[in-house]
Design a protein around this ligand. Structure first.
Ligand SMILES: Nc1ncnc2c1ncn2[C@@H]1O[C@H](COP(=O)(O)OP(=O)(O)OP(=O)(O)O)[C@@H](O)[C@H]1O
Length: 233
């Protein structure tokens, strides 16, 4: 993705939209400035068809806010949580589709609160319309939610043994679509990022284990169905 990053953000800081080339940073900068100058809540609606760039645009806006809204102490922690919420939400709510290798299969409403000096003080993410049916089946060439493949690649040998985690091909819920990898996506590395994101978000080790258990249980539920049909009962 060209023309993004801290140096480009600086080019848009404090500039009027008509003085600079169109960019999502220009929108983010105007929004932040209006929040500070007019003291009114601001809202950005990002819409478009699948693959249009909504998810990437929202990440650029969050990066802009993280870079421009002060730092130090608790503020850094809040920013960290805001930024780390992305890999976590994408892992559990995004999947490879025929149109987009990282398609969000849910709607997202994100709220970021600022203190009077313009520093982020907290936030709220509301998800809606998650495409739950993807858990049990996908179109040929698509995948289920990333987290299942990440877990199967990234779990430790002990976890794999304990929870009976094998290759995705071995689980009916993942095998129906004949698609197990995504170009340019390293599931093992992404799993490490997910675990890191969970820790930053305050999800403790016990809860992380409970999540692993639940994911494994979902995959094994698919095998129960196979056994049921296989016996012809
Ligand atoms: N600003 C950009 N510059 C270059 N490539 C981009 C940009 N935004 C998005 N893309 C490319 O388009 C792909 C799809 O983008 P993204 O996942 O943001 O779409 P989306 O609108 O959120 O789709 P969906 O509704 O399926 O979740 C990205 O993986 C990336 O390759």
């Amino acid at each position: 993705m060209a023309d993004v990053g801290p140096a480009v953000i600086k080019k848009y800081l404090g500039r009027q939209k008509h003085d600079v080339q169109p960019h999502v940073y220009a929108v983010a900068d105007e929004m932040y400035r209006k929040l500070m100058e007019d003291n009114y809540s601001q809202c950005v609606i990002i819409s478009g068809e699948s693959g249009a760039g909504k998810t990437e645009a929202s990440k650029l806006i969050m990066n802009h806010i993280a870079q421009c809204s002060g730092n130090g102490g608790e503020v850094d922690q809040v920013k960290n949580v805001i930024l780390q919420s992305n890999p976590l939400l994408e892992s559990f709510g995004n999947a490879k589709t025929l149109r987009n290798n990282n398609s969000s299969r849910f709607g997202k409403y994100m709220e970021i609160n600022f203190d009077r000096s313009g520093r982020p003080s907290g936030g709220l993410i509301t998800n809606f319309l998650l495409e739950k049916s993807r858990v049990v089946g996908q179109l040929e060439g698509e995948r289920s939610f990333h987290i299942f493949y990440q877990l199967l690649k990234g779990a430790t040998a002990e976890e794999k043994d304990y929870y009976g985690l094998y290759e995705p091909e071995n689980f009916l819920y993942l095998a129906r679509s004949n698609c197990y990898t995504v170009d340019g996506m390293d599931d093992k590395k992404e799993y490490a990022d997910v675990l890191k994101a969970m820790s930053v978000m305050g999800i403790d080790a016990d809860t992380q284990q409970a999540i692993t258990r639940l994911l494994a249980a979902i995959l094994h539920t698919g095998e129960l169905a196979l056994w049921w049909w296989g016996t012809g009962r």
